[in-house]
Every structure is written in structure tokens, then in C-alpha cells.
Design a protein around this ligand. Structure first.
Ligand SMILES: Nc1ncnc2c1ncn2[C@@H]1O[C@H](COP(=O)(O)OP(=O)(O)OP(=O)(O)O)[C@@H](O)[C@H]1O
Ligand SMILES: [Mg+2]
Length: 260
């Protein structure tokens, strides 16, 4: 299997608190990998480690054949990212904000208009970033990640704050990216129902531990075998139920272990 991102026992501790616990991910080249978990599961922390924004306490990872930490800079050149809520220069327009990133990356001028078009912001490129709505800021963040058409995109909850039609649009955009320019997308979310519509593969994280990794089909099979499907039909709701039950079971066994 051709994996473009692999992590080995990636771990992040804040003092004695383990935020990410021995996580080994295998992300296929050209896939959309949905990274799923409730609040505080460790999704952002894992993504930050992949981007060199916070140092792992233990473990290692490889991105497109490059090993962290030795190849940190060349890894960054290949990855477009959107982590939590991106910040911008409030007194510059959307277009000017993107132009700053464009210059740093040494990209042609036309890439700014391309990226604005891609996220549906062309009309508002000349508006000050401080006057953008929340959804427009999310789109601008996504445009920044897409600017250099990087082979790998790491997107931390990019649909946060978008209205239903915005979610739909951004989801379709993300879905189209691997075919559009041959990239791999790692995207996080709280909701399996959201991720299910986009992802090829799924990793489920709870309290820093990876509870499941596999294809959407494997997850569906799991749902069938675990009795979550009614009449052998698996709906989005069944999968969401299974996800919640996986998390609940893990939480219960954590409590049990804590008592012992
Ligand atoms: N700098 C820090 N110092 C101490 N604890 C931290 C720090 N950053 C994150 N944590 C803790 O690590 C855990 C994982 O946080 P993280 O932000 O990775 O979760 P998440 O899965 O992204 O959650 P959400 O869905 O709410 O964004 C949380 O318990 C959080 O409080
Ligand atoms: Mg997060």
C-alpha cells in the first residue's frame, strides 16, 4: 500500500496528561482521510505535531518519504494547512492576506485569484478581513491552505461555523480536490455523518487513543457485525450511533481502569 503519511506511536504529553497516546496512522496517497473524535480527543494536537507546531513527546512520522524532524522544512513545503480558526491581518483585504502567503511561498500572482475562486470568495476578495463573516473567514483560511496547490492538505474542522449550504459547498470542494490536482487530504471532524460524505478512510480518536482505522466500508461492516444496522441496511444514523457507542465503551473502560 502506498501511504503518504505514516505516524508511529506518536505521543504528546502535557506534564502528566497524555493528549495523544501512541497513535499510528496510515494515510493512503490520494485519499481523503477523516480524522474523527469528540472534543478534546487530540485531533488538533496530532495535526499540530504533523506540521511541526508542537513537538512530539514520543514517536515519529513520515510525510511523503520525508522523516520528521530531520526533513521538517521540506515537509512544510508540501503541506497546506488549516488549523483551528486561522488568523488574518484584520485591516487587510482577503486578497491582500492571501498575497502575503503567496509571496512567502514564491507563487505566481494568479494563484491568489485562483484560490479565491476555488473557495467561492472572488466577489469578496476586496473586503477587509475584519468585515468577513465567520464562514467567509473559514473560506479564506481554506484558500490560504490551497494557495500553492500542495500535494497534502491538513484541514482541522474546516466547516466549523459554516451555514448548511456553506458546509455542502466546502464538502463538495474538498471531495473534488484529490481528482482536481492529485492531492491527499487529512480532515478532522466531530461528526461521522459529516465525514462519511467525504472520506475514503477513517481514523477514530478518543482520549488520545486510536480506536479504529480503516476504510468506510470496513467501518460499515463493523456496524453490521456489531448490530448497529437495521434490516442489514446501514444508514448515516447507524454509523453515527456506532461511533458514539465506540466512544462510550472506551470511556467506560477508562473509568473502570481508573477505579482499579
Ligand atoms: N498546550 C496545552 N497544554 C495543556 N493541555 C493541552 C494543550 N493543548 C491541548 N491540550 C489538551 O489536550 C487534549 C487534546 O486537545 P486537542 O485540541 O488536540 O483536541 P481536539 O480533538 O482537537 O478537540 P476539539 O474537537 O475540541 O477541537 C485536550 O484535553 C486539551 O485540553
Ligand atoms: Mg481541535
Amino acid at each position: 500500500m502506498d501511504y503518504i503519511i505514516t505516524t508511529e506511536q506518536l505521543t504528546k504529553k502535557y506534564k502528566s496528561f497524555v493528549a495523544v497516546n501512541n497513535v499510528s496512522l496510515n494515510i493512503r496517497k490520494g485519499s481523503i482521510y477523516g480524522f474523527l473524535g469528540p472534543n478534546g480527543a487530540g485531533k488538533s494536537t496530532t495535526m499540530k505535531m504533523l506540521l511541526g507546531l508542537t513537538a512530539p513527546t514520543k514517536g515519529s512520522f513520515t510525510i511523503d518519504g520525508k522523516q520528521f524532524p530531520n526533513d521538517r522544512l521540506s515537509i512544510l513545503k508540501e503541506v497546506g494547512s488549516f488549523i483551528e480558526s486561522p488568523s488574518f491581518y484584520a485591516n487587510l483585504t482577503g486578497k491582500e492576506n492571501l498575497d502575503i502567503i503567496r509571496r512567502i511561498l514564491g507563487l505566481p500572482k494568479s494563484s491568489v485569484a485562483d484560490a479565491l475562486e476555488l473557495v467561492g470568495l472572488s466577489e469578496f476578495g476586496g473586503r477587509l478581513a475584519k468585515k468577513y463573516s465567520l464562514g467567509m473567514k473559514q473560506r479564506l483560511g481554506l484558500a490560504g491552505a490551497l494557495l500553492g496547490r500542495p500535494p497534502i492538505l491538513i484541514l482541522d474542522e474546516p466547516t466549523n461555523g459554516l451555514d448548511p449550504s456553506g458546509i455542502h459547498e466546502i464538502r463538495n470542494l474538498i471531495k473534488s480536490l484529490p481528482d482536481l490536482y492529485d492531492c491527499t487530504v487529512l480532515i478532522s471532524s466531530h461528526m461521522l455523518s459529516e465525514i462519511e460524505l467525504m472520506a475514503d478512510d477513517i481514523g477514530i480518536l478518543n482520549h488520545g487513543r486510536l480506536l479504529f482505522e480503516g476504510s468506510l466500508d470496513e467501518l460499515r461492516q463493523n456496524a453490521l457485525q456489531s448490530g448497529f444496522a437495521a434490516d442489514n441496511k446501514i444508514s448515516v444514523a447507524n454509523l453515527e450511533d456506532m461511533f458514539l457507542s465506540m466512544v462510550d465503551k472506551d470511556n467506560a473502560s477508562r473509568k473502570q481502569r481508573a477505579k482499579l
